[in-house]
Design a protein around this ligand. Structure first.
Ligand SMILES: NC(=O)c1ccc[n+]([C@@H]2O[C@H](COP(=O)([O-])OP(=O)(O)OC[C@H]3O[C@@H](n4cnc5c(N)ncnc54)[C@H](OP(=O)(O)O)[C@@H]3O)[C@@H](O)[C@H]2O)c1
Length: 328
């Protein structure tokens, strides 16, 4: 028997998540049995625990799209018992029982060796949110973004993706504008490296004008909807937005005008289904020249039993930074 967070369906649209026990034999098939050391909380875990059918349809279920741990059994030549591994995304925590448990069993194709420059805990302080922030920054850099050409704005800046994006962009020398609703967290955002902080409402209202005053050269957007459209309208010529989230809306009520008048780019970012090699590249960056010294400042460490309370905060848009879950 091992401890696991379990979400159960208790009514037509009612779900309850709490600490329970599972049997190793009940885990899905897979080549790697992994003893989880740390997991982390992401927006998607909150959706899974609230029965969002776009994430999880079968209950009872153990959420947790992230895990880092030690291989206990391996049926794959690339991994040996005792190896440290990271697993994020693919189906983990969706229909496959997830990382908010003492054990997971997954296909070997989902697992990466833990890079030598990264502790297990720091890997989960970053987690899927950090990986996504890294992929956003990588996309901007590939599109030609440079620190010298103008400001970069990050929306949802106090959240998981946003806070890591602020810290990483600042580390790379960018002039970072953080967009947030949380006046209480301005000091944190400055500590992470933001040079300017704006109220997120200044970006959230639909604007009639086809393009707006050019305010920043690049952006990382976690919000979607009118916020994303306003970013597209207010980028400098040939600027880019890396779009990864939908906390505000999944809509994109845009026209083609910013694209054809200002040559701007809308860059899609997915951290879940991309090939493992692309994930590995970003994890290696985070253990090397992208190593963030401020991870402790954006991390809150909790135990499995505290997870339901913290998932509620995510659903209310109240999350700050990254929540790392000490599983063992
Ligand atoms: N594409 C991918 O592979 C991928 C991977 C990870 C996450 N995501 C998506 O990225 C988004 C952020 O994820 P996360 O883990 O960073 O979530 P999070 O930790 O809950 O942070 C979201 C932040 O967005 C802001 N926010 C919340 N509700 C909002 C609203 N209605 N309108 C505007 N801003 C709002 C809040 O920050 P402020 O108070 O500072 O404004 C909040 O802290 C989610 O939509 C998630 O699904 C996508």
């Amino acid at each position: 028997m091992f401890n696991a967070l379990i979400t159960e369906k208790v009514g037509e649209r009612e779900f309850q998540t709490g600490l329970g026990q599972r049997e190793i034999e009940d885990l899905p098939a897979g080549e790697l049995l992994i003893e989880v050391q740390y997991s982390s909380l992401n927006y998607k875990d909150a959706l899974s625990a609230n029965g969002n059918p776009g994430v999880t349809r079968n209950f009872p279920h153990t959420p947790g799209i992230d895990a880092v741990g030690i291989v206990k059994e391996s049926a794959n030549d690339s991994f040996s018992v005792g190896d440290g591994v990271i697993v994020t995304g693919y189906d983990l925590g969706m229909e496959t029982d997830g990382g908010l448990a003492e054990f997971i069993r997954v296909p070997a194709t989902w697992a990466l060796p833990l890079p030598s420059g990264l502790s297990a805990r720091d890997a989960m302080v970053l987690g899927t949110a950090g990986l996504t922030a890294g992929l956003c920054v990588n996309k901007l850099l590939q599109a030609g973004a440079t620190a010298s050409e103008g400001k970069v704005v990050v929306t949802g800046a106090t959240g998981g993706v946003g806070s890591v994006a602020v810290a990483l962009l600042a580390k790379l020398g960018f002039d970072v504008v953080a967009s947030t609703s949380k006046t209480s967290q301005h000091d944190l955002l400055k500590t992470l490296g933001a040079s300017e902080i704006i109220d997120r409402e200044s970006l959230s209202e639909a604007q009639r004008k086809p393009v707006l005053k050019q305010q920043w050269q690049n952006a990382v957007d976690c919000v979607g909807g009118d916020t994303l459209v306003n970013l597209l309208k207010s980028l400098g010529h040939s600027g880019s937005v890396a779009c990864c989230g939908l906390v505000g809306s999944a809509d994109l009520p845009a026209t083609v005008l910013p694209f054809i008048l200002r040559d701007v780019n809308l860059l899609g970012v997915d951290s879940v289904e991309i090939p493992l090699a692309k994930k590995r590249h970003i994890w290696e960056k985070f253990s090397g020249d992208w190593k963030l010294e401020c991870l402790d400042q954006l991390a809150t460490e909790i135990e499995l039993a505290q997870v339901p309370e913290y998932l509620d905060r995510i659903m209310k848009g109240e999350n700050i930074g990254r929540t790392v879950v000490r599983v063992k």
